[in-house]
Structures are given as structure tokens and as C-alpha cells.
Design a protein around this ligand. Sequence first.
Ligand code: DAT
Ligand code: MG
Length: 149
Amino acid sequence: DSGNFTFTMIKPGAVNNEYIGPILAKITDAGFRIAAMKMIKLRTAQAEVFYGIHKERPFFRSLVEFMTSGPIVVAVLEKENAVQSYRELIGSTNPEEAKSGTIRKLFAESVSKNAVHGSDSVENAANEALFFFSRSEIFTESGEVKLQF
Ligand code: DAT
Ligand code: MG
């Protein structure tokens, strides 16, 4: 199942550079619906849990520091085949390797300040969306507040 939802974050560097609007335009131009969205600031403990899979990596501390350095936008995006489609739209983790026209190619500063997050699997999309939103805060196309991944 390729999934109808994915989860994204617009990261601190991109928010600070006033790229929220341009990035949301790329997302909606690509056919995604915004099913949930809010601006928040991650606490250190939240960032450590969210990126827990990377805790043994050398960049983990700097990743947590960066992700807690300022406000972010978190959102749930709805589209057919959303997870894979959104990974294609954002481009490679390292913006130098990202294809032209991708969000990271356009808006990332570096591999560590790479503008946006996108879930890498349908299972992670559900877990990540529900890390930040209750089911009643996620609005599907049909207007139902019930989320079914
Ligand atoms: P992605 O965000 O493309 O799924 P990832 O899950 O491998 O990439 O890594 C999560 C984040 O960690 C990534 O968006 C930025 C940071 N990161 C990854 N590799 C890095 C590296 N080699 N140096 C610095 N930061 C890195
Ligand atoms: Mg990842």
C-alpha cells in the first residue's frame, strides 16, 4: 500500500528565510492537499524522540540542536501514493544531489539544513502525523476527521 498521506516539516532554516509560502506553493502545485498544519517549536526531548532512529549517528546532536533552533511548520499532506510522491518532490537528503526543481534543490542550505522533512514509509507517515496531531485535527478530502492510513 503506497498510502494516501504523508507527513512533512518545514525546518527552521527555511522558516527563518521566509520560505514557508514558496514551499507550500510547491506542495499544492504538485497536487497535495493540506490535511493538517501548524507552526510549533520542538522541544529537545521531542526532537530526540522524532529522530531517535539516528541517535547513534555522528550528526545526531547537531540535528537535534538545529531542529530545536526555531519554529517549524508541521503538516499532513494528502495525495495518492503520497509518501513516494512527496519524497520525489523534496529530492535527495543532500541538496547538492537533489534534482533541479525539487524543494531541497530550491530551498535547502546544506545536507544538515535541508529545508524539509518527508516521511520515508507509510508506517512512519502515520506514526509521525500522530506524533504531532490528534486524529480530530487531520481533515481528509471527504471532510471526515477520521484518519485511515
Ligand atoms: P531524510 O531527511 O532525507 O529522510 P535521513 O533520514 O537520512 O534523511 O536523515 C535525517 C536528517 O538528518 C536529514 O534530513 C538531515 C540530517 N542528516 C542526514 N545525513 C546527514 C549528514 N551526513 N550530515 C549532517 N546531517 C545529516
Ligand atoms: Mg528520513
